[in-house]
Design a binder for this molecule. Structure first.
Ligand SMILES: Nc1ncnc2c1ncn2[C@@H]1O[C@H](COP(=O)(O)OP(=O)(O)OP(=O)(O)O)[C@@H](O)[C@H]1O
Ligand SMILES: [Zn+2]
Length: 823
């Protein structure tokens, strides 16, 4: 122990341990507290911003500490509760705190150490700049950002520091090398009368003075008009410069003169990027008797349980019920987090929630810009507007102060689990932990519960509430099973459509009703094949075949994104006889357009939804009836609520059920039941056509009968027999290296180490189905252990074994990551 102060810092790097720095005695560091961001040196030259995890007086024994360079915040940006949550995630999901830090903060709050200069698009020039500076600004405006070296090259000089300094002072550019925050509240320039002219007499003097300057006079009059009259302009509220110059941007020089003469003054002020307009709030729908009964049961169940599973059939009005529940918590002054699995869903739910909760609702997801996300983050940190957050996975990392309720909609969805990079967390499971920390409640809502959650409900760990009737008593859709084998044998197929599906579609179209078609693959076809020698184009970097995308005329690797132009001849035998095999959404779209030339068709999959607005556009086109047929991947299967969909087609159930995964049947049931649920939600019972080569498959039967219980029971028998969740826990260890031999020997050694302690609970190593990704060879070990064994203990063993294995010089560059509770 010393009197010197030390800080353990979380850096945005995958380091197994926190680094300790000493805190200099200067005034600046007086109020340093955990959760604040500081700048620290790391390695030879680099600087990073990190988060203070803790402060103490213990000098590290093994190394000399470096000093903290500077503090970036006046108060913590990460609360102590968040830090505890981060620590839990790191420990449970076997990753580092640095990895959690990277996932948890929006990038606008993480800083970069490279010397990059960013153009400020909001900068409006007032003073004259030297010509060179204008040149640099034009250059930057085009590039948006570049390095200092680029500017030197551009100007042909060694050092542009002085010039840059001027631009920085003007706030025309931002430089992240100074570790200035990349995010800045957006400011805008405003104009008002200056103090001296702020009475009617003075104002009249100004009019006289401007007699010979008609453009300036005109501008002054416009300011008065925009302010709402002479009386108002004297209040000096400020009119946006943009607004003033809107009609006559050429008047900028006249404005400059007015400012110079001291009649007007310009000031800048923050404008909120997010819309806080109140709008007209609608009152809630009255709950039906069945819904009310479920509502009361949920409230009662919360008296005994932290978590309640709400199993309500599709279109039973779960969302309506959530709205009532949210209101209750808001009245108590508590915050609500509403988690959704998919951005596609947020559009509709946002609209529904906005109508009731207006500007108390904040939205948080990855299609939002950094600045928008920072604003939501800061809003919660400073407890300003938002009381409900609607978001996807990463919103569990927001700085909640007073969380009362977490709703997890479509809790069975796999996209709640983050696959890559670390932390590989399950947002549902992590949210339950978060709720425990806040003493909050969790409602898991779904029409098709995950087997894990249903099991927890059955054995009394969670409360269970059911709602078996659809709103307005509409029956669940009629499901027709269409036998693909038979239709092919009888030569009745129209491309990928059986007569049953084709007829239903025709009928729906002639009745002006809409159709949803589901195919679980995007692209045109899974692969291209040479009919002469069977050659299939494969990714150069990964061990998979490439997917053919017709519109782009490209082959795309869905693992690493690598693209190549489609070859016109076989690269092995030279034959031009290349044919497409299988089909994805793009091909279905093309076929539908040929088969139903009159119908308007839209497609929703990863390829058509790259931008923030694209979901909104597709969904509102379909809502408004501008589109008759919507084709999509799993994005279209869940949660969407359309009034006029009468027919749903599942093009191929087999490739869902044939996945080499112990969850394939459960998942197949959920997907098919969910997509079926999109049909016939209003007015009239809908129809689903389910195309399959195995109509006798038990899962198909359960879907047709809407028999969740039976599906659950049969699956549980298998889970128990083959030692799978929910009876057993799984952890994958994935090893990667650019040489097969190295990764294999390392995996073997690691598995042996583990086996010495855990015995037959260790399986493998084995090459995973895709054995090479981005030129890295993979090997995988599976650890399967009984619920009775302490997970924390097993994780300790794993961590030690990994460290010991990697300490061998031979395997130094092998990377190992864990996937806890993999999906
Ligand atoms: N009490 C009610 N009053 C008026 N409309 C209702 C009521 N309950 C449900 N609805 C309407 O019925 C439709 C289906 O309800 P909702 O979307 O809430 O079902 P859901 O159970 O969430 O469905 P899914 O599981 O398929 O997402 C919606 O359009 C909703 O507005
Ligand atoms: Zn690839």
């Amino acid at each position: 122990m010393t009197t010197d102060l030390y800080a353990d810092i979380i850096l945005p790097l995958p380091l197994p341990r926190l680094f300790t720095y000493h805190v200099p005695p200067e005034e600046e560091f007086r109020n340093l507290t955990p959760g604040m961001r500081v700048v620290v040196p790391f390695g030879k030259k680099k600087q990073y911003s990190g988060i203070v995890s803790s402060l103490h007086h213990n000098r590290p024994e093994n190394y000399d500490t470096k000093p903290v360079i500077t503090v970036l915040d006046g108060s913590p940006v990460v609360t102590s509760q968040q830090l505890d949550f981060w620590r839990w995630i790191a420990q449970y999901y076997l990753c580092t705190l640095g990895e959690v830090y990277k996932a948890a903060l929006p990038s606008g709050l993480k800083l970069e150490s490279e010397t990059r200069v960013y153009y400020n698009p909001d900068y409006e020039q007032i003073d004259d700049l030297p010509p060179k500076a204008v040149k640099v600004l034009d250059f930057l405006a085009e590039k948006k950002s570049c390095s200092v070296a680029d500017i030197n090259d551009f100007l042909g000089q060694k050092n542009c520091f002085n010039l840059l300094q001027k631009l920085i002072d003007e706030e025309a550019v931002f430089v992240s090398e100074r570790l200035k925050e990349r995010y800045r509240p957006k400011t805008e320039n405003f104009l008002r009368l200056s103090e001296a002219y702020c009475n009617e007499q003075a104002l009249h003097k100004a009019f006289d003075a401007l007699e010979k300057a008609p453009r300036q006079l005109e501008l002054l009059m416009k300011l008065i008009q925009l302010s709402g009259g002479v009386g108002k302009v004297l209040e000096r509220k400020g009119i946006a410069r943009k607004l003033l110059l809107q009609e006559h941007p050429g008047q900028a020089s006249a404005l400059k003169e007015l400012i110079k003469k001291g009649i007007l003054e310009q000031f800048s002020d923050e404008v909120d990027r997010l819309d806080h307009s109140e709008g007209d709030l609608k009152s809630k729908h009255q709950l039906t008797d069945d819904q009310l009964k479920a509502f009361n049961e949920i409230e009662k169940a919360f008296n005994e349980h932290t978590v309640v599973l709400f199993h309500g059939v599709t279109s039973s009005g779960k969302t309506e019920l959530y709205i009532h529940l949210i209101e209750k918590y808001l009245q108590k002054g508590e915050q609500v987090l509403y988690l959704l699995p998919e951005i596609a869903l947020t559009t509709q739910i946002t609209n529904r929630l906005k109508q009731h909760f207006g500007n108390k609702l904040g939205i948080y997801h990855s299609k939002f810009s950094n600045e928008e996300r920072v604003e939501v983050y800061r809003d919660l940190l400073e407890e300003k507007n938002y009381q409900i957050i609607l978001g996807v996975r990463s919103s569990i990392f927001l700085p909640f102060r007073n969380l009362g309720l977490i709703i997890i909609d479509e809790e069975h969805e796999h996209s709640f689990k983050q696959f890559d990079p670390a932390p590989r967390y399950h947002a549902r499971d992590a949210a339950i932990m978060l709720a425990h920390m806040h003493n909050a409640k969790v409602l898991l809502g779904t029409a098709t519960p995950s087997i894990e959650s249903y099991y927890n409900a059955e054995r009394g760990k969670y409360g269970l509430v059911k709602l078996n009737t659809r709103y307005e008593g509409i029956q669940l859709p009629r499901i027709l099973v269409a036998d693909l084998k038979e239709a092919r044998r009888k030569k009745q197929m129209k491309s990928h459509f059986t007569p049953a599906l084709f007829e239903q579609m025709e009928a729906a179209l002639s009745n002006k009703q809409q159709i949803i078609l589901f195919q679980n693959r995007r692209g045109f076809s899974p692969f291209l094949e040479c009919t002469v020698c069977s050659w299939v184009p494969r990714c150069k970097y990964c061990d998979v075949s490439m997917t053919y995308h017709k519109k782009m005329n490209q082959l795309v690797c869905h693992y690493c994104g690598n693209t190549v132009t489609t070859p016109s001849t076989c690269q092995a035998c030279g034959s031009p006889a290349l044919v497409t095999q299988g089909f994805g959404t793009e091909k279905i779209e093309e076929e539908v357009k040929l088969l139903f030339p009159e119908a308007k068709v839209a497609r929703m999959d990863l390829d058509t939804t790259r931008s923030k607005k694209s979901y909104q556009t597709i969904i509102s086109q379909f809502e408004s009836g501008a589109v008759d047929i919507l084709i999509g991947t799993q994005m279209v299967t869940k949660g969407l609520d359309f009034d006029n969909v009468n027919v749903v087609g599942i093009l191929n159930a087999d490739n869902i059920l044939n996945m080499p995964d112990f969850r394939a049947f459960e998942r197949g049931f959920q997907l098919m039941a969910q997509v079926s649920g999109r049909a016939g939600r209003k007015n009239k019972r809908g129809t689903v056509v389910l195309q399959t080569s195995s109509p006798e498959h038990p899962i198909i039967k359960f879907v047709v009968e809407n028999n969740y219980d039976q599906m659950y029971r049969t699956q549980m028998v298998e889970r128990r027999a083959y030692l799978y969740p929910p009876y057993f826990r799984l952890i994958y260890l994935v090893l990667k290296h650019k040489q097969r031999e190295v990764v294999d020997t390392a995996a073997e050694a690691l598995a042996n180490r583990l086996r010495a302690v855990l015995g037959s609970r260790v399986l493998g190593p084995q090459e995973p189905p895709v054995g090479r990704i981005q030129n890295q060879y993979l090997s995988r070990i599976l650890i399967k252990f009984e619920k009775g064994l302490s997970a924390a203990h097993v994780k300790n063993i794993i961590q030690e074994a990994i460290e010991a294995t990697l300490s061998n010089q031979r395997w130094k560059y092998v990377t190992v990551h864990a996937d806890v509770d993999p999906l």
